[in-house]
Ligand binder design. Sequence first.
Ligand code: ATP
Length: 435
Amino acid sequence: MPAKDLDQIVNLCKRRGFVYPSAEIYGGFRSSYDYGPLGSLMLRNVKDAWVRAMVQQRDDVVLIDAAILSPPQIFEASGHLSNFSDPLVDCTVCKRRFREDQLDNRDCPQSNKGCAFTAARAFNLMFQTQAGPVEGEGAKVYLRPETAQGMFVNFANVLQTSRKKPPFGIAQLGKAFRNEITPGNFIFRTREFELMELEFFVHPSESTKWYEYWCQTRMQWYVDYGIPAAMLRIREHAKDELSHYSSGTSDIEFMFPWGWGELEGIAQRTDFDLKQHTEHSRQKLEYFDQATNERYVPYVVEPAAGANRTMAAFLLAAYDEDVINDEPRTVLRLHPRLAPYQVAVLPLSKKDTLMPLAKRIHAMLSANYMCDFDETQAIGRRYRRQDEIGTPFCVTIDFDSLEDDAVTIRERDTTKQTRVPISSLVGELAGRLGF
Ligand code: ATP
């Protein structure tokens, strides 16, 4: 059974070192989170799984890593300076701010009835800072609110250097920043987060075909990595919901404990961005097809997912509680590629006699896998810790191992134990993990 309550995951994340509130020793920094020893491994695995599917296993996508600090010209051209905003109102009694589109009625949720709101103002979500020692308009820079513009401004560079031609994609993942008015729900909505975005450039006549292709392909990715299909759905945006650049968008949504929430948006950005940048930079951003003698501005289909939100969804879906030998346990049934550790090496005793062999096995497995090593506590408690952090397999070294050159593999999901010769351990684990 997946987690019913967000607190089950929030508590596990804090207790086991996945995610901590940011700047906690100073009382916390609202809606920011730090990823601990396990969370940073898992977040990296989510991003690696995305790169694997979107870049490594394809021959039509390349990866870039563009700058976070960006000059205003980029966002003037992209429309973010004038359009990337939420309608904001202030309560004249409690002085708090609200997103007008999120107020159920005209009453303030804080002061209740009888208060007045200011007229709605557009609040731009971009963080602004300055570069260099001189203040003023010339030094103004923005933290990118999406990674997409990095792909558009490098379109000609990538085209020239990668020998790709439409249909082809430029992928990028990295930090993005939005001054969200209503952050919350743990790592679901924060002001600093990681995006995983693909800009897929196609002939205009093929845009709809590729939009449908990416909706299907991206949905399958979540299922492949362990989210039950029943907890996912695709929702098409109504016309009045569309971003300023989109002619059609569908969201992949996950059943969060509070209801359906977006994991990824797949947008038809048309030729909007390339045309805008052509106009503002006076550099032609187009493709000349030598085979057909056709010159055109490609259309773009963009699957854009949030790594942190996706990690929360994987954790919620993997959470389970069961009873083993009359003892309740919590287990994260994470896909082996997403689990922080694929294996844990557990010597049965701390005695010097077992340590050298245990360390040798840890070194051997660490060549292929992220491998934990734990010699503390009773073995049952160590198994339970590994279950709770999602480690698919434990390898236990006992005193017999010194005699028979064999160790015990214990499975997370079934708790089944099998004795295997040390000489075949790497092959055995590879077979069971599937990589
Ligand atoms: P929302 O409507 O939830 O604010 P959005 O439609 O503005 O999201 P997009 O611009 O489509 O989001 O961004 C693509 C993806 O980035 C989202 O599907 C989500 O997974 C992630 N994302 C967007 N904003 C945030 C945020 N503030 N914190 C964490 N992840 C985010």
